[in-house]
Design a protein around this ligand. Structure first.
Ligand SMILES: Cc1cc2nc3c(=O)[nH]c(=O)nc-3n(C[C@H](O)[C@H](O)[C@H](O)COP(=O)(O)OP(=O)(O)OC[C@H]3O[C@@H](n4cnc5c(N)ncnc54)[C@H](O)[C@@H]3O)c2cc1C
Ligand code: FES
Ligand code: FES
Length: 477
């Protein structure tokens, strides 16, 4: 059993105990390591100024298998155990700028000193991805996607996008080659074969190797908070609404990274990130991958877990309606299964009991004759929380799509929980009548008016998404 977190920072081994393991990484870098190139502006994961690159070799499912950008302002140092990190200070090689830095200088992409390091890190992550894919070109959509997690308050995006497009990928050298040797890999493997327990006066942390150890720990310390990647918890912690001072992490449990397909059933382990989920679904359900493109930013998706999104039980979380439409089930303590519609109990309340851990989420892929769509409306297209999200899954009795065999309509932003529109579903199944169903629909939910949308607007959105679904799939016309 270790009592220290181990990771590599710009190629140098760091061992961190109770004194600093409970800090957010950005504070550790700036205040303890004097690496002030990493900036903190929003401290909420929104602006990307704090971006650093992280590679986590312990996980075997990562498609890219290389350094990915993450937000250091909402990431606990403890949760970086087993990682290799690269900060903006380490991009330059001797006196030679990294291709991302060179392009930013040449295309006048460098504007204020707060956002530029984050943009450079996001671009360097894109370069690493291209190197790992053995590709030397990129298009403007790829450049924009890679930059969705970085805000520039002076709105000078054009030169930054030009910088991305002008990076000389042919001459780029791999950060992985520079900062992650075979020897470091073996060293991290050896350390992550052991669990970690830190017991300090201000910060306690346990990362076990097995589920049983995790469950025993929760019995002993019911107050310990289970963390995924802290992309939700870190924001609330930074706002001082909670304190992450007693933490249980599942990051060393091998099985928790599993994402697999068995027949038409998909199982998503507790530590599967949204990026890994997206890559997997691109093969098995492209509609889901497409929907996840407008979930947060690359920095968030590279860390945040699908299970965290469900457990967080936000009424406007983006995966719950989609998972409800795919007959999602929550797997608890490795054995008990609860249908997702029974999991959400009230505003941010779930059926998860004390001492229980979500070990996986299961879902069933749609049948061949089914139509499935996911919709999201938010004030800003990228990196914004939904006003309404909605998923519809319909199986048809006939090829003409005039008779519905089964239908699931699930929505977020309509009530205190993500919910299924059960009465509307029943009406559809009995009457195959869109107009009639829409009149039932509006009696079924009573949304709030808030800064994202008024109740009236939410009603219009839900109705329009349903109409759009039938127009897109050519059913009930
Ligand atoms: C800038 C920004 C943008 C975002 N954009 C979106 C968006 O577009 N759509 C969206 O839906 N969300 C969004 N989020 C919210 C957040 O990223 C997601 O909810 C994410 O999936 C949470 O996962 P996590 O691993 O970080 O969870 P954490 O923050 O670690 O945990 C969240 C909750 O889940 C619990 N938990 C985690 N794992 C387990 C487990 N195994 N068993 C039991 N409980 C567990 C924790 O105790 C906590 O209550 C955004 C957040 C930020 C900061
Ligand atoms: S400081 Fe804004 S995302 Fe971290
Ligand atoms: S680059 Fe910082 S505000 Fe535009």
């Amino acid at each position: 059993m270790r009592n220290k977190i181990v990771f590599f920072l710009n190629g140098t081994k760091e061992e961190v105990g109770s004194e600093h393991a409970g800090l957010m990484l950005s504070d550790y870098l700036r205040l303890k390591k004097n690496l002030t190139g990493t900036k903190v502006v929003c401290a909420e994961g929104d602006c990307g100024a704090c971006s650093v690159l992280r590679y986590f070799p312990h996980k075997q499912t990562t498609e890219e298998g290389t350094y990915l950008p993450i937000n250091s302002c909402i990431t606990l140092v403890a949760n970086l155990d087993g990682s290799s990190l690269v900060t903006v200070e380490a991009l330059k090689e001797d006196d030679k700028f990294h291709v991302s830095q060179k392009a930013m200088i040449e295309c006048h992409g460098s504007q204020c000193g707060f956002c530029t390091p984050g943009f450079v890190i996001a671009l360097s992550g894109l370069v690493e991805k291209k190197i790992s894919e053995n590709k030397c070109s990129l298009n403007s959509q790829e450049a924009k996607n890679a930059l969705t997690g970085n805000l520039c308050r002076c709105t000078g995006y054009e030169p930054i996008i030009n910088s991305a497009l002008n990076m000389d990928l042919k001459s780029a050298s791999s950060l992985k080659n520079r900062y992650f040797s075979k020897q470091q890999e073996q060293e991290l493997k050896k350390t992550t074969d052991e669990s970690v327990k830190i017991e300090g006066s201000d910060f306690s942390y346990f990362a076990p190797k097995t589920l049983n150890e995790a469950l025993d720990y929760l019995k002993q310390y019911p107050q310990a908070r289970i963390t995924g990647a802290t992309t939700d918890l870190g924001v609330v912690h930074n706002k001082r609404k909670i304190q992450l001072n007693h933490v249980l992490s599942l990051h060393l449990i091998e099985n928790s990274y599993k994402i697999e397909k068995n027949g038409d059933e998909i199982t998503i382990g507790a530590r599967v990130t949204l990026s890994d989920f997206r890559s997997f679904m691109k093969i098995h359900l492209p509609e889901m991958a497409h929907y996840l493109d407008i979930f947060a930013s690359p920095q968030i998706k590279n860390l945040a877990t699908v299970v965290g999104n469900v457990a967080n039980a936000s009424p406007i979380g983006d995966t719950p309606p989609a998972l409800l439409a795919l007959r999602g089930r929550v797997v608890i303590n490795g054995s008990k299964e609860i249908p997702l519609e029974k999991f959400f109990k009230g505003y941010r309340q779930t059926a998860l009991g004390q001492g229980e851990i979500i070990t996986a989420i299961k879902m069933t892929l749609p049948k061949k004759n089914a139509d499935l769509r996911f919709y999201k409306n938010s004030n800003r297209k990228d990196l914004d929380i939904s006003a309404i999200n909605l998923a519809i899954h319909t199986e048809w009795k006939n090829e003409e799509k005039t008779e519905i065999k089964d239908i699931i309509i699930a929505a977020g932003g309509v009530a205190a929980i993500p919910m299924r529109m059960v009465k509307t579903e029943d009406f559809f199944k009995q009457n195959n009548d869109l107009k009639g169903a829409l009149s039932i629909l509006h009696q079924e939910f009573n949304p709030l008016s808030d800064l994202r949308a008024s109740a009236a607007y939410r009603h219009v959105l839900v109705e329009n998404f349903i109409k759009r679904f039938f127009a897109e799939c050519g059913g009930l016309q």
